[in-house]
Each structure stands twice: as C-alpha cells, then as structure tokens.
Design a protein around this ligand. Sequence first.
Ligand code: GGG
Length: 367
Amino acid sequence: MATHKLSLMAGDGIGPEVIAEVTKLVRWIEARGLASFAIEEDLVGGAAYDDHGEAISDAAMERALASDAVMFGSVGGPKWDAVPYSKRPEAGLLRLRKDLGLFANLRPAICYPALADASSLKRELVDGLDLLIVRELTGGVYFGEPKEVVTLENGDKRAVDTQLYTTPEIDRIARVAFELAKLRGKKVASAEKRNVMKTGVLWHEVVSRIQKESYPDIQLEHVLADNCAMQLVRRPKQYDVIVTDNLFGDILSDVAAMLTGSLGMLPSASLGAEDPATGKRKAMYEPVHGSAPDIAGRGVANPIATIASFGMALKYSLGLSDLADSLDGAIADVLASGLRTADVATRGQNAVGTSEMGDAVIAALEK
Ligand code: GGG
C-alpha cells in the first residue's frame, strides 16, 4: 500500500479546530487499512509569525513541496493587524500558492437538499445547485507589480496594486475550466470586466480563442463579473462552471457560499500544472472560509468545508476517488439526518460542535 505524504498546516483561529477533524479521518482510513499516510505538521500564518517571525518558514515550504498534498486550515486575525505587510499571516498562504505553482483554484458550491432552507435564497432557487468556480490563483492583482504604498512630497500617500495577466496564465486556467466542464454540464461562464479593464479584454480574447480552437462542444458565455454576482443571487442554477480571475473568484465564491447555506460549507482545491514525467500535480486543499476569530477556540466551527476539501485531496491527489465519493455521501447523510453546526442551524434545530460533526461524518462512513 502506498504511503501518502500529507502536509498539515492548521494555521490560525478555527484552522486547528477544523483540521483536527481531518486528522481523525486520516486515522480512521488507516485503521481500516484503506491507505497509509506520512503526516508532517507545520505552523503557518500568525502562528508561524509568533513562533519565528515569518508567516511560513523555508523548512515548512520544503515539506509542502515534497508532499503529495497540503491540507491547509485558515490564517489571519486582528491579533496580527500591526504586523508588517510582508509578514502578515496571509503572506504564508500566498507564498504557498505561488511557490507550489497552484494556479487553479476549484471551488465547488453545492447546495445539499437538507440545507436548502439555510440558504440566503428561496429553496427553489438553490435546491440542486451544483456549480464550480474556477478561480485563477497565482496572478492578477494579488501578485502584480508594482504593489506598494508610497508617501508623496506633500505628505499624501498613494497606494497601487497592479492587475496583470499574460496570455499563458489565462490560457491554462481556461483549459482547466473547459476540461472540468467536459465532465459536468458542458458549459462555462467566463467572468471579467472587459468594459473597464484591459486585463478583461485579454481574458475575453484568450478564453474565446481556446473555446473555438479546442472546446467547440462546450458552450461559452461571457459575463461581466458584477453582472455574474447579480445573476448568482438572482438565478444561480443557470451556471455550471464559472472561470474567473483571482480577485473576482474570491468575491464570487463568497457570494456562492451563501447560496449553499454558509461559508462553512465551501471546500477548495488549489492545483498546479501536471508534471509530464510523473502525471502528478502539486496541490493544496483548504476551506474557503478564513480563521473566524469571533468563534475561534469555542469548538463550534463547521468542519464540513475542511472535510470536503480533504475529500477533494483523496480524489485529485491521492487516487482514492471511491473513498472521496463515500465521504461526500457521508456528509450528505449527516446533513439529511438533521445534524447541524450553528452556522447552518435553522429555527428549532439544536446545533452540534465541530468535533461532534466530524464524529458523525465518520459514523456515517462506517455504515
Ligand atoms: N482558508 C482560507 C483562508 O485562510 N483565507 C485567508 C486569506 O488569506 N485569504 C486570501 C485569499 O484567499 O484571497
């Protein structure tokens, strides 16, 4: 049996609480002889800064690079508001994405039937919703240079972030979206702002060309990102795969999260390019939610986004697709049984804690 190298980076706030549920799952899988794991645990974010003054150490980066998959919790919090920009907790996450080359961020937004009443929209608008946001993750305004705050001669300050995309960056993320669409609803919506941004013009041009040249059977719709946000809360089921840039993807997936009931329901996979020699990709899996400092340490966070992210790791990195399907089924069963964490509990439902929810998913897997 192959041993899977898993790098665990729990991070800050509720990160350690939700990652603890992945550790339980790993032990359960091992106890049943389904797979074996070599686990490395590393600090990241504010926890790493407090420990050694950087949001991620070079040694932790080395271990992440050598792993089959990184399971990441969450980073950030008001405790580190005054930390210099380059050492902020989020810098650890951005370095992981950049140095592992994780350009494709897959964010599925699925509304489980049992949670349709917890959605921000009416049941009929979200029941059966299953959309996939494909967010470009290593380019755009998060990384473009110049990126700085300068003090002008008159004492005023000027801040600049640069939205920058090249043809190859758009080409490769578009191909990921079209390939995924082939396996799903055979349609892609590409969201940008070509009416006001040059990067939007290039994005539109490249995505159109890729579709014409390589994916003529996939239906392509271009949508302005602001309109896409509106359509997501108006008629979300019109979409199957949405491909978009780093910043718009971040925003649109938070909107999509509320359609599923909670940000605590959205998993993600961040994937690099396939190595032609091994067929493997660098990969990191994390809940879309952040560190939620308001509820950290109380054991009430929803672990489903993190558990489902681990399911994506089983599928995309560890060759355990059947187990990933069983895990998805177990999540659906637990929700159907009425168990809820506080974020998705509706009137009259008693909420359970993080650990109870994790235990219930394992119990459902055993059935
Ligand atoms: N688990 C996600 C997380 O911790 N996010 C905090 C963060 O730094 N987000 C930046 C981004 O993804 O845009």
